[in-house]
Design a protein around this ligand. Structure first.
Ligand SMILES: [Mg+2]
Length: 389
């Protein structure tokens, strides 16, 4: 079996809500969607969500990078079985980007190609995406038939400040992530209120999205510690992340890296300098399913914890891939994702895999990603199309 066609698209999808955090505000999402066709007619889809403030990629950069990465040559081989296809997918390397010392510029684009290849071969050989975990990281593989996603609170105003925690509490979410570090907000007051409305039992963690400075970060974290937070995500800018070695000695709450944890170079640095307790692994940010497994392996080897995160604006393609990850990788501290129906106007799939009451979702049983992507819907939101093979 071999790849006979590969195509990249820029799709633009409006969001149902304005999403804001300390470093960005958005009302729509520009994603890269790759379609892969095999010689037996099997079709696979992959998706990446390029964000210039995370991996330095814009949508045009991602599509152009795919165009000049000579994928026709890299993917020019026959695969006799699924393990061979996984091996082929792991070897995908996009063209080097000058000055990219962290080797992360292109991660969203790579994720889109890798998922499309794995989806297509998974369908062709009758294997689910989660089989990749068993093959690549057998020590991490553990099937779960369901997963509970976290609730997220960004920046609700007025009466919604009480509504969101109330809805999460009444529907039985057991973990909630709250965005902090936004200009003009009193985080101590906010977290105090959210803790009161969510109750004592809910696991609350916060994400500062690089919002604090090295000078005040320890103090900011200490004043939130009475509210029993399970972790603090990306408290300072990536450029200033070195300060966390010292900051961690002054606080009790575990630190999670996100913007500063996009690939192996970042992960090795974090371990070497003791920058964090947890990795936030996101498929698009980290370059795909297989590189994400490698990061989880690295975390485990060094005694660090890890969670599965998501990008705002994922369609069912990345949601499904995330579901396979969440239901096959052991010891994920938290899982985020599958907001589809609540967030994007067009999820691109026939099935609705949005999480249910309490954030609960079941494992996807099916070949490849196990969801049916509708080509007409992809056409509808496409802004640009490029043939790669
Ligand atoms: Mg984050």
């Amino acid at each position: 079996m071999r790849i006979v066609e590969l195509e990249a698209r820029h799709v633009r999808i409006p969001l149902k809500r304005k999403m804001s955090h300390a470093s960005h505000v958005r009302t729509d999402t520009d994603n890269v969607v790759v379609r892969c066709v095999l010689s037996d007619g099997a079709v696979g889809y992959g998706e990446g969500v390029p964000r210039d403030y995370v991996t330095g990629e814009t949508i045009d950069f991602s599509v152009d990078l795919l165009k000049r990465s000579d994928l026709a040559k890299q993917l020019d081989s026959d695969c006799a079985d699924f393990p061979a296809a996984v091996h082929l997918a792991e070897k995908i390397r996009l063209a080097p980007v000058p000055g990219d010392d962290r080797l992360i510029q292109g991660n969203a684009a790579r994720c889109a190609v890798e998922l499309a290849v794995l989806d297509a071969f998974g369908r062709s050989f009758g294997e689910p995406m989660m089989k990749v975990t068993e093959l690549v990281a057998p020590e991490l593989y553990k099937f779960r038939d369901r997963v509970q996603y976290s609730g997220i609170i960004t920046n609700p105003r007025g009466w919604k400040k009480k509504l969101y925690p109330f809805v999460y509490w009444i529907t039985g979410f057991s973990q909630v992530k709250i965005k902090v570090g936004m200009a003009g907000q009193d985080d101590v007051k906010r977290i105090k209120g959210f803790r009161r409305w969510l109750g004592r039992k809910v696991d609350i963690r916060v994400d500062a999205n690089e919002g604090w400075s090295p000078g005040d970060v320890a103090g900011r974290i200490r004043e939130l510690e009475p509210f029993n937070l399970s972790s603090i995500e990306q408290p300072v800018k990536h450029e200033e992340v070195a300060c966390l070695t010292e900051v961690r000695k002054q606080i009790k709450t575990p630190i999670m890296l996100d913007e500063s944890l996009c690939g192996e170079v970042d992960a090795e640095r974090a371990v070497k300098h003791g920058l964090c307790d947890l990795f936030n692994i996101r498929l698009s940010k980290c370059g795909g399913f297989i590189p994400s497994l490698r990061l989880a392996q690295l975390a485990k080897r060094h005694g660090l914890a890890y969670q599965l995160g998501c990008q705002v604006g994922e369609t069912a393609i990345l949601s499904a891939a995330g579901r396979h990850f969440a239901t096959s990788v052991t010891d994920l501290r938290h899982s985020e994702g599958s907001y589809d129906r609540h967030l994007v106007w067009e999820r691109l799939s026939q099935e609705d895999i949005t999480f249910r009451r309490g954030g609960w979702s079941t494992a996807i049983i099916g070949c490849g990603l196990g969801v049916t992507i509708d080509p007409a819907r992809v056409d509808w939101v496409s802004k640009r199309k490029e043939r790669l093979i």
